[in-house]
Design a protein. Sequence first.
Length: 307
Amino acid sequence: MGTGGVGGYYGALLARSGQDVTFIARGEHLRAIQKDGLRIKSVHGDFVVEKARAVEDPAEIGPVDLVLFTVKTYDLAAAAGAILPLLGPQTTILPLLNGIDAAEQIGGIAGAHRLIGGATWLSAAVEAPGIIGQYSPFRRVVAGELDGLETPRVRSIIEAFRAAGAEAELATDIRKILWTKFIFIAATSAIGVLTRVPIGDYRNVPETRAVVRTALEEVAAVGRAAGIALDPDVVERTIEFIDAAAPGIKPSLQRDVESGRRSELEALIGIVVRMSRNRGVPIPVLRLAYALLLPGERLRRKTAVKS
């Protein structure tokens, strides 16, 4: 559900490995997939899913085993309602979205029992209609039941991703993992969109690196205040991850802002501001970033509505 960078790439991997995959898309992207297949340009090798099945209306598909839910967070509620025709008695929904509360939001519409928690580490984007670019050496998926149990449905999903070529892991602490990733994506989204340069151009600038560390520490403090048992060295390990990342990587929020598109500001930075306020946790860097980015975001929302 949502054939953007994440959904398009992982859906294509699963289709190439023999899984029966239907891509839900719209507009020129949909028409290009229907006409020429879904083309993947990847650091792991280019390929094409020829004769890819792609539709705009989920009602054309019927019940499925798994819904890979990969829309932008601002489309979450509408997309959760749209997938109801896909749901059968055994359907599982795996959200691979930015943010930390997607499963709860989708579960409130589609049924909490269908949801498992999921996170991915991937850099990918739609380059042109019908074409997905995948840029990162990592293509990691972690999934787990929200209550921590190890179940057959999660094992089968992990096995399918592994067979497709992704690095896939079953987690019994998925909420902690979601927050561990969120620390990275929230902080680097804020710093990236403010600097307007790739991660490799700011991580070794001492002044900027100090601000990055503070932003990471702020998100971790909010997570701990929310009851998440984050590792004591989570900030240090996140900095190591930043240092090891490909120098040209930009978070999706940064790419969206630079392209003049609506972004996931609320799901990645706004939510930290609101949670910090409710819990009395000071976050001066992220609060400033949110305040500076909000006017432009509101303008892009108005433009999107008019178009």
